[in-house]
Design a protein around this ligand. Sequence first.
Ligand SMILES: [Fe+2]
Length: 450
Amino acid sequence: MAQVILVESDKTLRELLSINFSTYVGCEVVPRENAQDVIALLTILPNVDLIVYHAIETDKEGPFQLLTYVKENCPDTTILFTGFGIEDESFSVIVPEFKNWEKIVQQASKILGITTESLRRRATPDYIPIPINYFLTLDSSCCDVFIRIKKGADDYQFIKRIHTGDTYSKAMVQRYVEQGLKFFYVAKDMRENFTNYVSNFLVERLESSYQGPVDKQIEHIAQSYDVATREIAKLGFNTATIQLTESILESMTKTIQNSPEMGPLLRKVLNSKTGYMYQHCHMTAIVASEILTTLNAGTKENHMKMAYAGFFHDISFVNNEELAKITSYEQLEKSELNAEDWDLVFNHALEASIMVGRHPDVPKGIVEMIRNHHGAMNGKGFTITEPEKLSAMDKIFFISCEFVKELLAYKEAGGKPAPIIDALYTKYTDEEMVKVIRALEKTLRAKTKK
Ligand SMILES: [Fe+2]
């Protein structure tokens, strides 16, 4: 899949270009703020196919720096300047009409060698699958919803099961779930409307459960996390997915603030009927927040950063949650995965950091924290190579991930609880890391004494 870096400050234009590039040009879009950010990304992703850069008349330096860097370091990359820019026979073209997104998409297709025929083949089908679980959460839909019946080898019939605006029975959805149905379908032009609808519903429900029982909050956060991560993986960041993410982060940090002790909240999440990724996400945020407080670094901003990192660190596994349970090179070697899944596991921290980097307001340090969450500075594999290079926040998040992964593994395997803290001391001897482990130990002790 071709990779395109997009620098476009106008939000609407950015969303429009992103969705068209991914849907019709079939490429992965990575947004960046400016030329320096693009160059920083090119140092780790030198094989990017295309950079689309909106330059304004006064921005002379950005296009110059970018073109110079690409000419020297990225022989296979082309820059498509929109608005203004520098034309270069081998490395760049300009589309002066920066608002003409159709022309920009057309020009990008030409550069990437994508023909009208291949574009036609890439066109999305008339109906889009939506995971059936979404409908167990909702009780009505903003558009007609269909089930798909197979009529022949490549022939399907779509039958309407839920009408726009009607309230439906969850028992009906449950019956389909029990029969093994995985997806309902909506018409493709309703896809984004549907995302907005389900996101708004979940945001309202999260906000109304702030004061309710913790078990209910956990259930709602988990369902919202499931929808948000799937939608981000499919559609990227848009107004709806950003709003839903913010609401989930807010709810997660509220559960932590409102819990006088860490242990009971961890146990509630661990024993809830929710998925592995959600549990890892919320529990890591809880543990990291407690360590922050013990180290007197528990500012609102830092707590939010830990929730952020918890939310996104394993998002690469959104379509195959089982892979998130592989957390060491030894496990990966024994796993007998196919090459694609093996690569996904090996590179998941890097992939997640690239994905979170597309969020327009990602807090400072989060991309690095996620990339380094298994210790490798390049986000590949599970080996901690240069602990001295990890920031203090990276180390807290790293130790929290390690601790939670052991709790989850113990829950799954059962048996005698292993001395997790002792194992952490043996494994990580870097002075700063030891301080973090000590803080975690202190937190655990303090809570058990009460
Ligand atoms: Fe991970």
